[in-house]
Every structure is written in C-alpha cells, then in structure tokens.
Design a protein around this ligand. Sequence first.
Ligand code: AVJ
Ligand code: FE
Length: 441
Amino acid sequence: MLTDEQLRDRIAVDLERARRRTATLTDAVDDGELVAQHSPLMSPLVWDLAHIGNQEELWLLRDVGGRDPLLPETVDELYDAFRNARSARPALPLLEPEPSRSYVRDVRGRVLDLLEKVPFGRRALTRDGFAFAMIVQHEQQHDETMLATHQLRAGAPVLSAPPPPPGRTGLPDEVFVPGGPFEMGTDLEPWALDNERPAHAVEVPAFWLDTVPVTNARYLRFVEDGGYDDPRWWSPEGWAHRQQAGLVAPQFWSRDGGQWQRRAFGRLEPLVPDEPVVHVCWYEADAYARWAGRRLPTEAEWEKAARHDPVSGRSRRYPWGDDDPSPERANLGQRHLRPAPVGAYPAGAAPSGAEQLIGDVWEWTSTTFDGYPGFRAFPYREYSEVFFGPKHRVLRGGSFGADLAAVRGTFRNWDYPIRRQIFSGFRTARDAEPDQLTEEV
Ligand code: AVJ
Ligand code: FE
C-alpha cells in the first residue's frame, strides 16, 4: 500500500508523461492539420487537446478544487462529447490551436498546485487520488485516440519510434486453461474505473487459447483462402457489414502485385508476417475464428488466462504478477509505433503460458459490454454505464498505443463491432474436449 505522499508523486509523474505524449501528438503537425478533420470517425486533434484540458478543469479544478470556470461556460458545451458527434466537431467554434495550448497549460499549472495540497481522504472522488488518476487515464485514452487519428491522416510521416524487440519462434499454438472459478474484476486497484468493479467469482470451464495474438501471416491465409467472399464464416450482421462496407482485408492493407503491404503512420511497408494483425473489426475477427474452426474467447476467459494464478488461487494485477508494466514485459505507451512480433515478450507470460496479453493490440472478445454484478456508476454514468448493452463488444489488454496508466489486467475497453481504426486485433479459443481434465494434476 502506498502512502498518500507516494501516490501524489506517482500521479505527478503520470500527469507529466501524459502531457509529454499529448505534446508529441499535437506538435507533430502544423496548425492547419490540427484543426482539420482527418476522418469523419475522428475529432480534429485540436478538439481532443482542449477536451483533455476541459475534463481536467471540470473534474479537478471545479469539482475537487471548488474553483470557478476559467473560460466562459459555453466553452464546456463545445468539448462535451455527448453533445457533439465527432463528425460535427470541425464546424464548432473551437478554441484555436494557441489558445487551446495555453488553456491546457493554465489548467495543468493549477492542478499541480491542487495536487500538493488537497487532502485525499475525505471524499470517494479523491480517495487514493482517484480523480487525478482518472484524469491521467482520460488524457492517455485521448492520446491513443489521437494516435489513431495520426494513423488515418494522409501525407508524409511525422511520427517515428524505434522498432520493437524481435520475436521468437517455437511457441506452442495454444495453451490450456483448466476449468474452475476465478476472481474477475477488482476491489483492490485504487485507480480501477467503475466498470472493472466489483471483484466477483466466475466459473470458467476448461478451454484452449491461442498462446499469442493472430499474426498477419495467419490472417493472410484467411484472406487468400477467400474468407472475405464466403458468407459461411461470417455472422449475418457481419456479412451484411462486409458487403455494405466492401471489406476485403484489414484496414490499411493494400496489394502491389503479389505483395501485401500495410500503411503505418504514413509509411507503406511490406506486411510483417509475425506481427499481430491490427485494424480488424469484431466481425472480421469473428469470421476468421469461424474459418479457423475456432471462436473468440469470452471476456471472462481472457481475464482468467491473463490473471488467474492456479498456485495461489488468486488473480494477479497483470499476467506476470503484481508489478507494474515495464519495457521487458509489454509493448505499451507508443514506445514503438507498431505491435511487436509474437514471442517478443517472454517476461510478460501469464501462468497459463499465454503471452502478449497486455500491450501490442487490443483483443476483441465475444462478450457484449455490461456491468458486473453489483456495478455502481462512479463518478459519472457517461464513462461506462450509458454504453452497456448489446451494441458494444469488449476489448482487452491494451495496444502499443495504450499507456501503462490506462491498462490493467482488469481494464475493459469497448467499441462497436464495425470499428477498426482502433488498434484492434484478437486471439482465438476453443472449448476443451469433455475428457480433458478440469483440474491440474
Ligand atoms: C473507454 C476508450 C471507449 O475513448 O471513447 C474518453 C474513453 N471516455 N473520454 C473513449 C473515454 C471519455 C472511451 N473508451
Ligand atoms: Fe473524453
């Protein structure tokens, strides 16, 4: 358990890392590109920038700190995600780039003062520094969204990063997870968001799970086997979407003669066979799994494979244990601008033997997004509760574009099944045969 002083130091570090990343993403392009819309699916980058500052002001300065608004209150409406669809945001009278930068700078300066003096203990919102950590996660989530905007943007590359570590071969195709209960969700992580709570026991029958995410090479076999032209592999809604949207391969793939290529942050490159496939929608993942004679894992299966320690019977914070992510364990935080080849993170393996559950690509699960038994919205219904229901599927594990502050073994992401501009991939699963042991011997 960390003291409040240690938590304050940690929050200050996390706020600073988030802001450096926000600056990288927004300083990389000129003002014209900051205010432009690079895709109707995305906000102009300048909207994300001021929205980050506005949420920080609303929650930390006004709610926690009791301060008055820094700007006319009509500004709040511009940056309210529920009032303005992404496609409508370019037409709003948004703050210009320089006023946006000075606004977020001003908010941050005051937040750092507040962080030093506000008592954490008194309210649920500030206990263990929760509101500050929530704002760190919010900024990092928008940084990942801005990274997806960069991936969609046309033109010469503006972002760069060193390559990920090499992969390794010889991994078994799948790992066996024995049946039995495990503890899903958490009551212990102080900075876990409402939808990760409460901890509860879930019975998960024995199953097999891919050791690593599905690679470009494997996915390419599905493409070249005519998988996109065969309705047998697709759900009815998936097939309708595949037809209507004209899907023929993952987003950003193209073909030059016999050679498949992928566009990544403005660079056209040959497909790397042993990297996890990225930018597939849920319908594509579901179709691939059926073609492979398999299925997507449920959310509970994913979390059990990632967290359950059969020796102690307890659920870990991360696959490798309770220590925070490190560069040896997982590909997170935009440190590399791509998923790492499979086998690159032996130190990140779970007790189940599965690897790369955290980082690289968000992994689609078969589960629709809902509250756990005993769910209570906190601190606002609009973070997750309003998205509960059959329209969204859960993704787990975080991508190379997710920061360690916004990824946990319990962290839940969600999106529409048609979405693929996010850094989404998947792994597949299958039921164990009836004669397979449910307990380890
Ligand atoms: C949890 C990633 C789905 O980006 O839409 C950002 C996070 N919520 N601002 C999103 C979020 C409010 C959210 N996701
Ligand atoms: Fe937001």
